[in-house]
Structures are given as structure tokens and as C-alpha cells.
Design a protein around this ligand. Structure first.
Ligand SMILES: CC(C)(COP(=O)(O)OP(=O)(O)OC[C@H]1O[C@@H](n2cnc3c(N)ncnc32)[C@H](O)[C@@H]1OP(=O)(O)O)[C@@H](O)C(=O)NCCC(=O)NCCS
Length: 185
């Protein structure tokens, strides 16, 4: 039975797994790179802001998520602290690169203080669960009075771009190899 629930820090290992399984290209180049990918795109949210994250569960097993930070200052503190240290231990070069990842969110922060990542394991895609996760998060953010949300998407990920457009996200700018999309709440 499938259900959506708020995430907890206990979901960290499954979130890292889903983050890696749904990544492509350089993000899956080696086991070390896969670890860096999960540190960059899932670790912070589940560990520090699980109250702003939701997971899709199939009979108790997490098979998808929508991860969100509604607090850029908290996010930056962690990125420059524990996330940076963990990545730099694996690769000093990626440690430095990691410091630039939040730059796009800083650029958009004034009108779009929250940002998100959504990934669903392949067998559960295109069945409406992404929509349910997105609706759950958008309602949750609106209820907290968050005024806008942004995200970064691979410029060639046409399927995801179509998905975001359906939810009223518009492309703001192309930067750092991706498309930055925004939505006012
Ligand atoms: C992108 C993703 C989150 C969408 O979730 P989903 O559950 O598959 O999407 P839904 O079934 O809720 O579909 C919602 C809309 O998304 C788009 N969409 C979904 N699957 C699609 C597909 N196979 N091809 C084209 N558009 C698609 C459509 O606009 C669809 O609306 P419609 O059903 O009215 O046509 C999910 O497919 C996924 O995790 N993909 C792999 C990882 C990824 O790309 N994450 C985003 C990184 S930026």
C-alpha cells in the first residue's frame, strides 16, 4: 500500500539510495562520486529539515521523496560546515565545488526562499505520485507563509521540466549547467 508521510532523519539511508538511483551522468561515475551526489542533494534536507520533506512509502519502504529547505541560512550553515567537511574528506576538489552549489539559491533568495528536490524510483514514476508529493509540499510551504520556492533542473531533463511547468514553475535563468525554475506561493 502506497502512502505519503512527513520524512524523519531515519529516512536518510533510503533517501541517499533514491538520490543515487535516479541520478545520471557524472553523478554516478564511481562509488565515490555516488556518495558525493547523495551528500550534495539529499543529506542536508533529511538530516536538518526533515519537517519540510515528504516521502512516498510502499508497504513501509521509501520509494520516492520531495526534499525541501525553507531556511536558506540554516542550509548555508550546514553546507559550509558538516556537508562541506564530509565531501572534502572524499574529494578536496568537490569540497570546493560544493561551496558554490548554494550560489543559485542565494541569487533567488529574496523572492524564493525555499528550494526543493524531487525523485521517485523508476517503477513508481508516471503514476501520479510526483504530483501528490509536489501538492503536499506546496500546501505545507503555503501554510507556513513561505512566499516562493525554486529548484534547479538539468537543462536536458525535458520530462522533469514538463512536470514542473505543470505546477506553475517558470524558468528564471540558466546557470551552473542547469535550468533554475521558480514559483511564487
Ligand atoms: C520528475 C518526476 C518527479 C515526476 O514524477 P511522476 O510521478 O513521474 O509524475 P506524475 O505521474 O505525477 O506526472 C505529472 C506530470 O509530469 C509529466 N510527466 C510525468 N511523467 C512523464 C513522462 N514519462 N513523459 C513526459 N512527461 C511526464 C507530465 O506533465 C505529467 O502530467 P500528465 O499526467 O497530466 O501528463 C519523476 O518522474 C522522477 O523522479 N523522475 C526521475 C528523477 C528526476 O528527473 N527528478 C527531477 C530532477 S530535477
Amino acid at each position: 500500500m502506497l502512502k505519503i508521510r512527513q520524512a524523519t532523519p531515519k529516512d536518510a539511508a533510503r533517501a541517499a539510495h533514491i538520490c543515487i538511483e535516479t541520478a545520471e551522468g557524472i553523478w554516478r561515475r564511481s562509488p565515490k562520486m555516488e556518495k558525493i551526489t547523495s551528500l550534495l542533494f539529499s543529506a542536508y534536507y533529511i538530516t536538518h529539515e526533515s519537517h519540510n520533506c515528504f516521502v512516498l512509502e510502499d508497504s513501509g519502504k521509501v520509494v520516492g521523496y520531495i526534499l525541501c529547505s525553507a531556511d536558506l541560512h540554516r542550509f548555508l550553515k550546514s553546507y559550509r560546515g558538516d556537508i562541506f567537511r564530509s565531501i572534502a574528506k572524499l574529494s578536496p576538489l568537490w569540497g570546493v565545488a560544493c561551496l558554490f552549489v548554494p550560489a543559485k539559491y542565494v541569487l533567488l533568495h529574496r523572492h524564493y526562499p525555499a528550494h526543493l528536490h524531487i525523485d521517485i524510483l523508476p517503477p513508481y514514476q508516471s503514476a501520479g505520485y510526483g504530483s501528490k508529493l509536489m501538492e503536499t509540499l506546496l500546501q505545507h510551504l503555503k501554510a507556513q507563509g513561505v512566499k516562493g520556492v525554486c529548484l534547479s533542473c538539468g537543462a536536458d531533463n525535458t520530462r522533469a521540466i514538463k512536470f514542473y511547468e505543470k505546477y506553475g514553475f517558470t524558468a528564471k535563468l540558466n546557470a551552473f549547467g542547469g535550468k533554475l525554475m521558480v514559483k511564487k506561493l
